[in-house]
Design a protein around this ligand. Structure first.
Ligand code: DI6
Ligand code: FE
Length: 402
């Protein structure tokens, strides 16, 4: 028989979008009831239902479990030496063009076994879990041949068995041109569309398809072919767009009803309404902005005005954002991009869920949503964006289990 568990004496930041009035959808003196992995009540404690067990939260804040909706968590090796080279004067683009950058991680990832990829990803995953993360997206894109891409995605899937966490797997075959296709990007894209993606799909390893639309990545025409292949298989798309130049990637993605367009520092403000119309989330990645010492800010005001939902993620990857803290990403979104703490929290809850096609199911505290929660040693949700390098997590609840 299923039991009802009640969390009482809490300030609940529901982050529910329809919630009128209160910032954060905040319910003071609130309670949350959980049954069968779902939230069955969220409201004033005085109205809470009977329960089989009660946890007194001591006035702490409850938020939805955090969601890191853009990561490259699985990879071989690291690029600390490249970091050093950049500090000795080389640019990210120069390093990439000289066969370093993404391609150096491709070599290390190809050389690693699936077991080794799981082992090396676990400490990074644990760092995120320690901050109350309950859902994470993990991309392929450092294999760039069929077997290595499958190996990455299988490793990502295995992480879900190793820890109490939900993993969404994104196929990023169109991340870079591998050495064996040097100067044959179009042939590589054929290979991605005809062989790699269908193979990954056949093993049920693909929740979404992504690409890197940049001068050092792929052209809008090439990305279009990848999106067409995804569409023919019924898989949703997303795109790394406008990170270091404006190729119109976000607009292209919006045309395919993309779940999200990510980075967006070079987004033309005029393209924001297209994203709003297609429900495409703008996923901002302040860790990469910071790490690459980018100075061009994403057009946050234009996104707000158009009503584009904004998500925030770590972009955890070995080259441009070796970061495993969602809380730090929230702080950086506020300090670097001028988001409010409420927008930052929405960015790692409600809107991050949307960016993964989980809108309404995760990232909010309301009736019927999955019982993924984070309970914090704070008195107000603004504290989550305020601290730097301090983790106030008290307890984490994944699918109703504490
Ligand atoms: N944009 C990024 O920020 C990461 N990938 C991408 O397409 C960086 C990947 C790397 O440098 O390894
Ligand atoms: Fe990325």
């Amino acid at each position: 028989m299923s039991e009802t568990r009640l969390l009482t004496n809490a300030a609940i930041a529901t982050m529910a979008s329809g919630a009128p009035g209160a910032a954060y959808g905040l319910i003071a003196n609130g309670a949350v009831a959980i049954r069968d992995r779902k939230i069955t009540f969220a409201g004033p404690e005085a109205e809470a239902p009977e329960a089989d067990s009660v946890l007194d939260c001591g006035g702490r804040v409850i938020t939805p479990g955090l969601i890191d909706c853009h990561t490259h968590l699985v990879f071989g090796g690291n690029r600390a030496r490249e970091f050093e080279a950049r500090l000795n004067g080389k640019s990210y683009e120069e390093i990439a063009r000289a066969g370093g950058g993404i391609i150096s991680t491709v070599k290390a990832t190809r050389a690693a076994s699936e077991d080794a990829l799981v082992e090396s990803a676990l400490p990074r995953l644990d760092a995120l879990i320690a901050e109350g993360v309950t859902t994470i997206e993990i991309k392929s894109g450092y294999g760039l041949d069929t077997q290595s891409e499958l190996k990455m995605l299988r490793a990502a899937k295995r992480l879900e068995g190793e820890r109490a966490i939900r993993v969404k797997k994104t196929f990023l075959g169109a991340h870079a041109v591998p050495p064996e296709f040097d100067r044959r990007a179009d042939d590589y894209i054929d290979h991605v569309c005809i062989e790699m993606l269908p193979a990954a799909r056949a093993e049920n390893l693909v929740d979404a398809v992504d690409g890197f639309c940049e001068g050092i990545g792929f052209t809008p025409d090439q990305i279009t072919r990848v999106f067409e292949a995804a569409k023919s298989l019924g898989i949703p798309v997303k795109l790394h767009a406008e990170q270091i130049s404006n190729l119109g990637g976000a607009k292209l993605a919006a045309g395919y009803g993309a779940l999200s367009a990510d980075h967006l520092e070079y987004l033309a403000p005029a393209d924001a309404p297209d994203m709003a119309a297609s429900g495409t989330v703008a996923t901002l990645l302040p860790g990469a902005f910071y790490y690459l010492r980018e100075t061009k800010l994403p057009p946050v005001d234009a996104l707000r005005e158009a009503g584009v939902p904004i998500a925030i993620a770590t972009d955890c990857n070995p080259g441009s954002s070796p970061m495993t803290s969602v809380l730090l990403a929230m702080n950086m979104a506020c300090t670097l991009f001028s988001l409010t703490p409420e927008e930052a929290l929405a960015g790692v809850t409600r809107n991050a869920a949307k960016a993964l096609g989980l809108g309404g199911e995760c990232g909010v505290i309301e009736n019927g949503a999955t019982a993924d929660l984070a309970i914090w040693n704070v008195r107000h949700p603004s504290e989550l964006s305020y601290f730097i390098g301090y983790n106030p997590l008290y307890k984490r609840v994944f699918e109703g289990t504490l």
